[in-house]
Design a protein around this ligand. Structure first.
Ligand code: FE2
Length: 294
């Protein structure tokens, strides 16, 4: 039997998301977490986080912001580190244990980390894409989100197509895999069921210039009715499929538990135009890899 049932497909089409338990075994989750712990242990503070002292405060700030922006916009085909706020002192040394400092690592884990690559192209994931009728899905990005205990920040309501825009819409889907239980307490996702049918109102676009800002927003996020969001807890090893236009958010993690997640995005490449204005672009080094390969 398929991992994804007809009922799951129905739910996904109706609500714009669906949870399926047991995509990974607890052992597979632990292996991914173990590998991530090694990556973090080996991690150096990225150069742009080391502030070079300058007597011109404004100039220093500008350099820092440019460094941050460059680091992000060129991260599509690399494995890079993004931190929570306030984790460095003024010399760029950690003031919290480095394991607790990271917000996320991305955006090419799916390509360059063998264990992550294996999960991304696993028969179960390929089966999900086939069940949904995807003809030539490609992997856009893969990242690890830590949602640190006590400081893991909130993610405000958004649609993923705001950042991953295609023509037509409806070609992008996220897979969000809980590597430990995601609960209301440690910052699970919240969705507005059925909100994936009315397009998007905001886009993040490249400014196509070398100076700040490198990206900008066109349009505005709507005001959503707080009552419409439903919490979607996921057990360790479970996956949430996220339609590119479904509205979702996650709360601050105020608990003592982390909420580690491996998440990646697929796009149906057949008859789809990937926007050249998206921040994320396929590169010579890493074109978007087809899902239906090992
Ligand atoms: Fe999202």
């Amino acid at each position: 039997m398929d991992f994804m049932t007809d009922r799951d497909v129905e739910k996904y089409r109706r609500d714009g998301f669906v949870v399926m338990d047991g995509l990974l075994s607890p052992q597979e989750c632990d292996q991914l977490r173990q590998r991530m712990a090694e990556i973090v242990d080996e991690m150096d503070v990225p150069d742009h986080c080391r502030i070079t002292f300058s007597t011109d405060h404004d100039e220093q700030l500008k350099e820092q912001m440019q460094g941050n922006a460059d680091y992000f916009i060129t991260s599509g085909d690399k494995i890079r580190f993004f931190f929570e706020k306030g984790v460095f002192d003024d010399k760029g040394e950690f003031i919290v244990p480095k394991q607790r400092s990271i917000n996320k690592i991305g955006h090419a884990l799916h390509a360059y980390e063998p264990l992550y690559k294996k999960v991304t192209h696993s028969p179960k994931v390929q089966g999900i894409a086939k069940k949904l009728g995807l003809v030539s899905p490609v992997v856009l990005q893969g990242m690890y989100i830590f949602k640190q205990p006590g400081i893991g920040g909130e993610v405000t309501p958004h649609q993923d197509a705001t950042f991953l825009y295609t023509e037509p819409l409806g070609r992008v889907m996220g897979l969000w895999i809980a590597l430990e239980d995601a609960t209301v307490n440690n910052g699970c996702l919240w969705f507005i069921p059925g909100s994936h049918n009315s397009g998007i109102t905001r886009r993040m676009v490249r400014t196509h210039k070398g100076t700040l800002p490198l990206t900008d927003f066109v349009g505005r996020e709507q005001q959503y009715d707080e009552d419409k969001f439903v919490a979607v807890p996921v057990k360790k090893g479970g996956v949430v499929l996220i339609h590119g236009e479904v509205v979702h958010r996650s709360a601050v993690n105020t608990s003592d538990d982390s909420r580690h997640v491996y998440t990646f995005h697929l796009m149906e490449a057949q008859d789809t135009r990937w926007s050249a204005d998206n921040w994320l672009q396929p590169s010579e080094e890493l074109p978007f890899p087809p899902l239906y390969t090992k």
